[in-house]
Design a protein around this ligand. Sequence first.
Ligand code: C2O
Length: 478
Amino acid sequence: MSDFTSVAVLSWSLGLRRWWLSHGRELITSPFLVQPKAPGRSPTSNFILFSFTDGYSGNLRDPTTFLDVLNIMASIVAPVLFIQCLLSILLTTTLAAPINITRETFRTCRPGNWFGNPSDCCPPKIIKGPIVDFCPQYDATKPLRVRKALQCLSGHELKTYTRKLEKGYALMRALPDSDPRSFKRQNEIHCAYGTGSFIQDGSTNLTIDLTIDVHMNWHFLPWHRMFVYFHEKILQKLLGDPEFSLHFWNFDNSVTATPRHGSHGCYKAGHFVPPMYNEPSKATFEANRSFMAFEPNRPVDIAFDLSQLNPLLGLPIFPNNTVEEQTRMNREIMHRSMITLANTTSFIGKAYRVGDARIVIPSAGSGTIELWPHNTLHAWIGGWMRQPSTAPIDPLFYPFHANMDRLWSVWRKLGYGNDDPTDPDWLDTTFLFWDENAVMRRVKVRDFVDLNALGYTFEEVNDASWIFFDNSTSPGAP
Ligand code: C2O
């Protein structure tokens, strides 16, 4: 854009001015810019294209020189570039805008796809009842709810939590399909938002539909924070326990460490599938996972080669690493995704606004955190978790995403100038979610960047296990 401007302005001032001074005045008297060449004269070079009458004397001035051509080209090109530039400013300011999900978005929903795999998961096209703006209402007199690390729950707390989870999911699964809070309908909404089923309002008639996807761009983190937030609210409501917190799967924590004097929190490795999600009798169980996810002592592999994610290549191949090797690789990849490769743009993901086409190649739009550990772990868990049309059918999706949510907040606190985008097209994006009372809420990204305003926080854990990857000799000592 700025290149266009300077080229346009420069050629305008150099080219048009010179051309006007030498030839332009004839335009006032002659209706034709290009006159026939004088008979009997032949051009002396290929560059001699036009002949002009001399603006001063009226005599035929011939032949045109290369410089004349340059001048005339410049004076034609310059205004074109200039106008194009003005137009694009106008278009950008009128077209580029934050994505807003509306009733119309739901009305025009239609089957989507993911890497060519078709999906058919539109919620009802007509949103019944009002759409109510969501405002975080945090009561500062109340302590923040704490989402804890699953691997550190112990004794009584573990028992109570497992019982509550079990009950919450049983109730959620029992809700009828007509209830948007049901377990099934929550998967459906993730599918619609994640497989290009929604199209940008007003783009229905375009040849290329501008579909919406909350993956592979800067919507990934805020949208999933909202999704888990409402999921947690629905569990609270079903359990009749407004203090219930959805504890997180601390899969990035590969090292059990001894907390230093004065530190507190959870310092136990969390890189195994949390056992309460692996008990066949529980409502939090899902059989459709890769065999690796059922091996109690196998750490997750978040570090495998991303190019294997292409579904056309079949199932990814996971090397059979020892616990030590895997731990080292996981810590290294976390260090890269959260620190070495993670500036604001590369961490959060690519901008995606009204008028942008859906990004369909993860590496073209996803932030580092979405590529690893998110995409790699989805693939490692396998089964329903392998694709966005089905991922939340596995209850493990939720503590997994609670940790993604936590990692975003950890990244912000790491320093290195890390901060969320300030672009209003990101901040003013609005999504629609059904809340715990089945009321449709309009939710703004800007209201979901600050956890404390939402009333919760995360238990402290041993992030040092990957923060200090480069210079640690003994693994993960905090
Ligand atoms: Cu919408 Cu982990 O994906």
